[in-house]
Design a protein around this ligand. Structure first.
Ligand SMILES: [Zn+2]
Length: 286
């Protein structure tokens, strides 16, 4: 995604994905044991609860069950206030917006896909984690699958906000929130895991392409979230899109033009298949 003044900013969110991917490699999603697994000598134990991850057969990035869903319905949420420079304000913002996004997405994921993702944690942090060589000064937020959290990087947000007066519009930060929340959806629908595996096995160029497909899908799903929050009309959404995706080209996140394209697609979607960036032509994920 690209709430970045410079192209380097877009690279920042790459960190998000990379963190997620690294963790996914070491902590693969648990899935119910396949039929016949009890032959290994362990009796299955009925603990009276549904598995956290329902079996979704033959998962594939291009024909994933997520794409069979309609976009989330609107949810009645008050327009949140945010002072981007204030840590306390971010705490209140996440406490207000997080449950709204849960209301929008979690019933849909449960009813249609049988998924019950664990609740997110939200943190306001001063710095992005240093595990990566990406330009850490540009990271505004990141999703960590290690602890299933969305983290807002206050130091960088303050700098970004001071440079860009339009960033005082909460919609810009809701777009950022929606993008990170989309990584949470991707993680628990296994899309992050599937994409990470593809990246592992690919050439460097192909790996970057999978990164861009993942990130641009987050832009698309994030815009669907913003639409469902029902706080802005289409004209306002396009202004948010222009501000949010004003960065330059990023090899990990795609061009600003493509980021705007996928935001617009997600805003207008009537089926999440529209957000299938993994089946999109190469020019739309460059
Ligand atoms: Zn991202």
């Amino acid at each position: 995604m690209s709430v970045w003044i410079t192209g380097g900013g877009a690279a920042a969110v790459a960190l998000v994905a990379l963190i997620a991917f690294v963790v996914l490699v070491t902590q693969p999603l648990t899935a119910p044991a396949p039929p016949g697994a009890e032959d290994a000598g362990q009796q299955p134990i009925d603990v009276g609860i549904q598995p956290k991850y329902a079996p979704i057969p033959e998962l594939d990035l291009q024909s994933h069950p997520l794409y069979t869903l309609a976009p989330p319905a609107t949810s009645a949420c008050p327009k949140p206030e945010l002072k981007p420079e204030s840590s306390d304000s971010w705490e209140a913002f996440t406490a207000e917006v997080g449950p709204c996004l849960d209301d929008i997405w979690l019933p849909l994921l449960q009813q249609e896909l049988g998924l019950r993702p664990p609740p997110l944690d939200y943190n306001v942090v001063s710095q992005a984690p240093p595990e990566n060589s990406t330009d850490l000064d540009e990271v505004l937020a990141y999703y960590s699958s290690e602890d299933n959290s969305i983290n807002f990087v206050l130091t960088n947000i303050r700098r970004y906000s001071a440079r860009l007066p339009q960033a005082n519009e909460p919609g810009v930060w809701l777009a950022l929130f929606g993008h990170e929340y989309a990584h949470y959806i991707q993680r628990h629908t296994t899309i992050l895991d599937l994409s990470a595996k593809q990246e592992q096995d690919a050439t460097e160029d192909k790996a970057l392409e999978f990164s861009r497909r993942t990130e641009l899908q987050a832009d698309c799903l994030g815009a669907a979230s913003l639409r469902a929050l029902d706080l802005y009309d289409s004209e306002q959404a396009q202004r948010i899109n222009t501000t949010f995706n004003a960065g330059g080209h990023s090899t990990t996140h795609g061009s600003a033009a493509n980021a705007r394209h996928w935001f617009t697609t997600g805003w207008n979607t009537d089926e999440l298949a529209d957000c299938n960036t993994f089946a999109a032509e190469a020019a739309l994920v460059s």
